[in-house]
Design a protein around this ligand. Sequence first.
Ligand SMILES: O=C(O)CCC(=O)C(=O)O
Length: 386
Amino acid sequence: MKTFISIVTFNLLAPILSDSDDYATYAQSYQPVATTKSFDLTEYASAPNTMYHVKEMDDVETVLGQHGVVCMKDKENFSPYDHIELAKQLGEVEVTKFFKEVPYHPEIALVEKKPTDHAAIGEFLHSDHTYDQTPAALGILVARTVPKKGGDTIFVDMRAAYDQLSPSTKHRIEGMRAYHSSGHVFQEQSWVGRLFVEKASYVNTGKTTTTLHPMVITHPVTGTKSLFVNPAFTIGIEGMGTEESETLLRELYQIAVQQKNLIRFSWKRGDVVIWDNRSVWHLAVNDYEGQHRVMHRVTTKGCTLHDARGRARSEQVEFPTDPLELRRGQTPFELPYVRLLHGTTAACTQNVEGPPIRPWWPEQPSAFGTVLLRAASLMGINVATL
Ligand SMILES: O=C(O)CCC(=O)C(=O)O
């Protein structure tokens, strides 16, 4: 019965999108590197294979500190060895727990969407590894196979988002902490996880954690303040009830995804992008149904995070309640966590400049799907954890 409901609801809720002609209309005027935003995606044009010189590495670090994201175009011959070497120049390599590895290179995470997959790794706004006590520092992503169209990555400036908060909100959240978890996304049994990610893309899905981090952090390298919550992994605020926490997070997320804070990067094979997870969120745009996209990611190790007053306050904990627990008659789409995840990602993809983006996932199930989900929930079956 459970499996039946799970299969039926999944199929009801997963729409098949057809390719959009909108691309042709927008392609000519589309400028992926904007210059009028609160931060620029700086094109760091180094000569091929010369970027390991110390001076250049210093430049990358400086630019990364200023902008949060750096790209290096057209690194056609950038090998997996170059990739790992670059990461070692910038920090200590950290192996991503839940990702498959690139054959013969355990340091490199495979970020792949096959033509038969619906969900894509990273298609909801997030910063990497925030469920860990020492969240990832840098992500270094290399494009190996890109779809003919689509498959951009959006970055969101979380330092700008912090700056744009009202003085009273800044004051209110400065000493607060939020729960970040991997369980609801990666756990084997999670229906929500199954809807949002292709389970076959992940490994080690049993080993999940929850960590409290300050909601405003002082960047460990630049000292800049940044808003440190994200829709994919943040599941609540310490000491707050579900509704209160949802309201505050929604307010913060809406400020974050304003158009002026967004940059959309359009990939070509061989492009390399480096971002700082303490400064920006990112999102892999999942708009290339039926096509193949392969990216390689190396991550550098982060550190325990300090709050706005410079106090170390990251702490591994248990989340007091199950974020996927449904009330009787409630559908998984009405879960606060899911509403925030969908709503913020939808707002971000609507606000960003460039070709329109339509998500493959539904914001709401069909009327029939809703009835089915409510009935299951009334019968005491939690489809969110099937
Ligand atoms: O594929 C992308 O564009 C981003 C992938 C991603 O979200 C990640 O590696 O965390």
